[in-house]
Design a protein around this ligand. Structure first.
Ligand code: ZN
Length: 401
């Protein structure tokens, strides 16, 4: 059927023209999904069963092909389907924001929808700022060498951040993780600066100003999460692009979405960095623990003039996550995962632009000075619940999403 879809797209200029047409749905600009498929040579459309077994809201369904003779036009509401192309595999669901790119969870800003005429449409901003960037990989960004990382340990001093029921304060866990990350990156020959190296209070705007003094650096903010007692796992944030809704907005556009921040200049780099770091973090979790790459307008991401991400590396509100976060072993795994993601990103950015899209997923670029970054030692976290809910934060006010 995939071939049928690809053929229909390639042989019918009317379809291609139609796909370029912009339609408004709920105040959001949508474009034909066919155009995205055509641009990235995505084909082989298969309808999937998307069977779930545990009922866990963070569950990754079992994706098995089901007998299906139609193309995209024949897909119905809530159907899962898979496409493949040179950059890898994509699984989408009609009327959903969630999708999987090479098995990693991602979130559209607005749901993929069926148009009235029957074809699929996607929001223009998701097509341009998310799918185009993920699918083009290195081809989506100008080459640039990065020399170092500004590590931002979340909270500090009078701002404790989240506090687990086991008494672990977020500010303490983030500092310990940041110090370990610094040690690993420096051992790998990467220059490191820290917004705080001790238990002290640092204003959010001061963190951005501090980071902006460093040229050719990346910005990585380390946090631990707070939510329902059953929410667990890891998520990595990049700054929401201008015109997109943050992941926590549940697909609802707002006027604030139109504001452009300094960090938006580095949107493509930040998204690719987030994807690479999140993939590494997920090495330590069950599939449910991959909460995905998300968009938010956190102050530290808005103000930093460099590729910037914010990592939420587990839930202090979840009993198992909190017990892990209390251990040096887990924090070391988090630091190592971030270090590996950062190294892969730096390696990709230093590579020739002709490198194939998606090569960043497999490549293990040489790290100057030889790497000291340990390989992942996966552990399993029991299934729990809650991803439909907006991730909350103990100090949402200070994070100012
Ligand atoms: Zn925090």
């Amino acid at each position: 059927m995939a071939a049928a879809l690809a053929l229909a797209v390639l042989s019918a200029p009317a379809v291609a023209e139609d796909a370029r047409r912009v339609t408004q749905i709920g105040g959001v600009e949508y474009v034909g999904f066919d155009a995205v498929c055509q641009r990235h040579a995505l084909g082989g459309l298969e309808k999937l069963s998307g069977r779930t077994t545990s009922g866990h809201p963070q569950e990754v369904p079992v994706f098995s092909p089901v007998g299906f003779s139609g193309g995209a036009v024949a897909l119905e509401r809530d159907d899962y389907f898979r496409l493949a192309g040179p950059a890898g595999r994509l699984v989408f669901r009609v009327d959903s924001r969630q999708f999987f790119f090479n098995d990693a969870r991602h979130w559209l800003s607005f749901p993929l929808r069926k148009a009235e005429e029957g074809g699929l449409v996607i929001s223009r901003i998701d097509a341009e700022a998310l799918l185009d960037v993920l699918l083009r990989g290195r081809g989506a960004v100008a080459g640039r060498k990065f020399e170092g990382v500004v590590i931002d340990a979340g909270h500090g001093g009078s701002n404790r951040g989240a506090v687990g029921r086991n008494g672990v304060a977020e500010k303490t866990a983030t500092l310990a993780t940041a110090r370990e990350l610094k040690r690993m990156l420096e051992a790998a020959g990467v220059s490191v600066a820290m917004t705080r190296a001790s238990d002290r209070y640092v204003d959010l705007d001061a963190r951005g100003h501090f980071a902006n003094r460093y040229k050719n650096h990346l910005f990585v903010s380390i946090h631990y999460n707070m939510g329902r007692s059953t929410s667990h796992g890891v998520e990595t944030y990049a700054l929401t692009p201008q015109g997109a809704a943050s992941t926590g907005a549940d697909g609802k556009p707002s006027r604030r979405d139109q504001v452009r921040y300094p960090g938006n200049e580095f949107g493509a780099e930040s998204l690719l960095l987030a994807d690479m770091v999140q993939r590494e973090l997920c090495e330590h979790h069950s599939p449910e623990g991959d909460r995905g790459v998300k968009w938010a307008r956190f102050e530290v991401l808005r103000d930093t003039r460099m590729p910037a991400i914010l990592v939420e590396a587990g839930f202090l509100s979840h009993p198992v996550d909190a017990a892990l976060i209390a251990t040096e072993g887990y924090r070391t795994k988090v630091a190592a995962a971030v270090a590996r993601g950062v190294s892969k990103f730096m390696g990709m950015m230093g590579a020739e632009p002709g490198a194939p899209a998606g090569a960043q997923l497999a490549a293990t670029p040489p790290v100057p000075g030889g790497t000291m970054i340990p390989n992942p030692q996966p552990h399993e976290i029991p299934s729990a619940e809650s991803m439909t809910r907006t991730p909350t934060h103990a100090t949402g006010k200070t994070l100012n999403r």
